[in-house]
Design a protein around this ligand. Sequence first.
Ligand SMILES: [Zn+2]
Length: 536
Amino acid sequence: MKKLVLLILISLISLYSQQKIFTLADTLRGSYGPFRSNNDLTYYHLKVRVDPEKKYISGSNIIKWKMLKDDNRIQIDLYDHLSIDSIIWKNKKLLYERIYNAVFIDFPSELKKGSLQEIEFYYSGITLEKGRFGGITFKQDSLGNHWINTACQNIGASVWWPNKDQQPDEVDSMMMSVEVPEDLVDVSNGRLISKTILGDGYARFVWKINYPINNYSVSLNIGKYVHFSESLDDVTMDYYVMSYNLERAKNQFAQAKPMLACFEKYFGDYPFPKDGYKLIEAPYTGMEHQSAVTYGNLFKNGYYNKDWTGVGISTKFDYIIIHESGHEWFGNSVTANDISDAWIQEGWCTYSEVVYVECMFGYVDALKYVNSYKPKVKNLEPIIGPKGVNVWPGNDQYFKGALFLHTLRNIVNDDDLWWKLIFDYAQTFKYKNIWTEDVIKYFNTKTGKDFTSIFDQYLRFKNIPTFEYKFTEKGTEVRWVTDVDFFLMPVKIGKLSKNKVINPTNEWQKILYSEIPKEEFIVSDILFYINAVEVK
Ligand SMILES: [Zn+2]
């Protein structure tokens, strides 16, 4: 009996651990709750001083917003290992309640809908490393100099500064005043406005960001950087690296300019020209910080000097330069409203690599490259994750996301139209935060077709469509096996140069051998990411 109870208990525990259990902390961070949705951010001025010896940060953030309804409370976020020194509104100290990493700020009177508001939020503390990239890290370069960097996607920017730490709402512009020991340099986002020697051993770098920006993109890169630059038409391109990597960087970063030219050709002008484009060396692989892309890919091609997709294409370029810069269009300019829809950033950005390969090396290489992502796809869970709980979906959002867009190109089956669709997509949603539904609506409206069942199958279910076919006496019978009902997707049969489009449904239908002879019935699964199964 005891054994049985134990067995039941063990199976219950394992069942429990298979389900994702979300906490109040997840919801406070991940949902767009009432004290976030009652206001619309307009501006931040983040002022920080960073003490590398003590791993200590202190300063304030001036937060400006417009009220969207009458209310007397808003939510700002700051991880609870950092102290709140004071929150000032109209020269008065405000009261607040801290719940996990959320800070609910109370106003002594109701703030009226439409009113413009401003607080200054003072904070300080010893920083902690958290998250995949550390959040904020205090490291040393190869010469033993201080090297401090932030990278806080998912863990959240509130791991190092107070802000409205969510995805849908972005400030319209931002200032950063960063004080660092005067022998170091800070490279942040946007345009450097001034450097002031303060006389107490510190120097202040003021950066102005002229565009909406994701919180997680806001970054510090503090070190003994050296600088070189070039430009592509009106876009300044500034590079910051460690002095001992200068020559290697000059070689490797030569890829940046033709890359930007490719992306501009296919997705429209660089989205942040007033801020310029920057590539900044960092002690981790890389991150898409807006106008301040960080780079740590060993100044070598591939991913960490490996042909990481194994077909000889990824070694033709520097994966981090291309991928992280692709995010300037997909992630920074076009942003997902909720990270459950992060494929809008990662799937599209991974597809931008494929477009880059086609632009630089041609269609055959692009085809090889996109198909080399297939072994990386797991198909164990849907691309779109649970909403409102700040859960980063699995890696299928990258590789399957890109393969899905490649498939969509072949569904559209008109390359001129396809290039126009994705160019206009980047323009239509420039500086916007969107949902998957907006993407589907865009493609349906622009093509006059209904791709909803296709988007749903690829994004909302773990399985890709299975194309079943069987050879009978007079013809080939075909059908789709899918999770969605009424799945409508064309597929191409035959060799690359010479193929026929057929339109299977979930019902068996016959294609006569007079239409497509049996020996020519080759399913084009390099153009469509599907399972093709012959039923005997
Ligand atoms: Zn990415």
